[in-house]
Design a protein around this ligand. Structure first.
Ligand code: IMP
Length: 176
């Protein structure tokens, strides 16, 4: 275990099992449809790459990059740093997020995407911190609900570090 990690919440094996379950659910729900997945960078990169390997659909994958946290605190101000390359009008769209915390980021993204007139729009997040919510958001697929702890690994960062850890863990207090 990395020296800055206090506790492992989800091991590589546990994550893999759950991601495969999510992939199966998505494959069933969108059966006979083309799905347009929108990954939210950078946090989603490991999750989406594992997820899509087990999604048995005609799949389009595009990415957005947004500015959200500066360190540990949500600013509530969301800026699009990289936008989709393709139109999503009339398409079945699934936003893939690493974590929903206050909900401000996903709330902004959903509003932004809806304005582009997709046929349908849903959200898939690996992690969810329900106790931190500031705005109501509808999450169709959730990997794990977690308590109000700052977690890193499997794509999630603290000040751009720890994204490469293969598990999801809680940072030691003295590191933050
Ligand atoms: P929200 O707008 O508060 O829902 O925050 C969503 C974004 O904040 C996520 O996409 C992450 O980039 C970041 N974030 C929230 N909680 C954590 C955490 O515990 N660890 C790492 N990043 C987090």
């Amino acid at each position: 275990m990395h020296k800055d990690i206090k506790e492992i919440l989800f091991s590589k094996e546990v994550i893999s099992k759950r991601v495969n379950e999510l992939a199966r659910m998505i494959s069933l729900d969108y059966k006979n449809k083309n799905l347009f997945m929108v990954g939210v960078l950078k946090g989603c990169f490991m999750f989406i790459s594992d997820l899509v390997k087990n999604v048995k659909l005609n799949l389009n994958i595009d990415f957005m990059m947004i500015s959200s946290y500066d360190g540990k605190q949500s600013s509530g101000v969301v800026r699009i740093l990289l936008d989709l390359k393709q139109s999503i009008e009339g398409k079945d769209v699934l936003i893939v997020e690493d974590i929903v915390d206050t909900g401000l980021t996903i709330n902004y993204l959903v509003k932004n995407m809806k304005a582009r007139k997709p046929a349908s729009l849903e959200v898939c997040t690996l992690l969810n911190k329900p106790s931190c919510r500031k705005v109501r958001v509808k999450l169709k697929y959730v990997g794990f609900d977690i308590p109000n702890k700052f977690v890193v690994g499997y794509g999630l960062d603290y000040k751009e570090y720890y994204r490469n850890l293969p598990y999801i863990g809680v940072l030691k207090d003295e590191v933050i």
